[in-house]
Ligand binder design. Structure first.
Ligand code: 2RA
Length: 369
């Protein structure tokens, strides 16, 4: 291990060793993707410790080609851990992330518990990696998948043109609602397949019955609501897009309006974005920026039928951008369409990337001593 001093962030003694990583919530949907991502990326970790609820303790999961036994969440589970990636419900993170930090781990948390805490940086390595270094609570937050699915592209355009406003419509996959969301859509698709449903008011609703975690049927439908209802009719997802974009980009006054919509896609969120800038924009300049931006793939040749779709982007790491147009009525605004895998860049991958940023910092600190 590399002793990290969670709250301060400076690396400690025992230089030279590879850092110890804990994955908390290893058995969940995002935890599973975390393990496969850790198996694919450069192997910078010493021990990888898998932590989950006591009922999952003793299970064996594969990471880096090896079977690793899951241990139960407890204070002792964090002994010797340098970096801990959390993907657990908000209330579990709220309780356990500070405990892990008090044991000396730097926590990278994918819940909503700390994202807007002023003492917790909200980090997307391609956009604001520097923010990860200042973490008074020893915790770094990972943004919500809806924000993450567009923010790498927006960060690149902002760096060049200066962003002043975002108007966003999301097309969110059901896996954003976890395994229950995926199971619900698959069951509903079975119920409507091969029928003539979708021609009379309420026929799909009657056929599918229970709508699971969604407020309306997902099969043969789109649902203009995701998350929970907040003040003045806004949903939690819509407020996250606004608040998190502002924090990540360091633009507390950024004008943001989002409408979040759930669509019958298993995995990969899409967003239609109207982005207004301080300066005039051209499609050519936007193309050049996006084509060169780390973590972005430009896929924009509609004459050839080339634009991003969830069916093509799913299972991949980048943010896919296409349909880039200059607004007809505003030379300072662009319209574009973005797709990103909500379980990879939208959750597990960004968490792993932040953990790698921290590991590099710890290693540099250890080497300097
Ligand atoms: C959703 N963004 O898609 C959420 C998941 N964190 O429901």
């Amino acid at each position: 291990m590399i002793r990290s001093g969670g709250a301060g962030g400076a690396a400690g003694s025992a230089g030279g060793d590879k850092p110890t990583l804990a994955v908390v919530g290893a058995t969940g949907a995002v935890g599973t993707v975390m393990l496969s991502i850790l198996s694919e990326r450069a192997d910078i970790w010493g021990e990888i410790r898998l932590i989950a609820s006591p009922r999952s303790a003793g299970r064996k999961l594969t990471v880096r080609g090896e079977q690793v036994e899951v241990v139960a969440l407890s204070e002792e589970a964090f002994e010797g851990v340098d970096v801990a990636m959390f993907d657990v419900p908000d209330e579990v993170s709220a309780q356990w992330a500070p405990i892990a930090a008090s044991k000396g781990a730097v926590v990278v948390d994918n819940s909503g518990a700390f994202r807007m805490d002023p003492d917790v940086p909200l980090v997307v390595p391609e956009v604001n990696a520097h923010a990860a270094r200042v973490r008074p609570r020893g915790i770094i937050a990972n943004p919500n998948c809806t924000t993450l699915s567009m923010i790498v592209a927006m960060g690149a355009l902002h760096a060049e043109f200066g962003l002043s406003e975002l108007i966003v419509s999301s097309y969110q996959a059901v896996s954003g609602a976890g395994k229950e969301g995926i199971d619900t859509l698959r069951e509903q698709l079975t119920l409507v397949a091969g029928t003539e449903l979708g021609t009379q008011p309420g026929d799909v609703r009657r056929a599918v019955g229970d709508t699971g975690p969604f407020p309306a049927p997902m099969a043969l439908n789109v649902v203009p609501f995701a998350g929970s209802l907040k003040e003045d009719g806004w949903s939690s997802e819509e407020l996250k897009v606004r608040n998190e974009s502002r924090k990540i980009l360091g633009l507390p006054e950024l004008r943001v309006a989002a409408t979040c919509v759930r669509v019958p896609v298993i995995t990969t969120h899409s967003l239609a974005v109207h982005a207004r800038f301080e300066n005039e924009v051209t499609v050519e300049a936007a193309h050049e920026i996006l084509a060169g931006a780390p973590g972005v793939v430009l896929c924009d040749d509609p004459a050839e039928g080339e634009f991003p779709t969830p069916a093509d982007a799913v299972g991949t790491d980048p943010t896919w951008v296409g349909r880039v147009r200059r607004s007809l009525d505003d030379p300072k605004a662009l319209e574009l369409f973005v797709c990103g895998d909500n379980l990879r860049k939208g959750a597990a991958l960004n968490t792993a990337q932040i953990a790698e940023v921290v590991a590099a910092e710890l290693a540099a600190g250890a080497a300097a001593r």
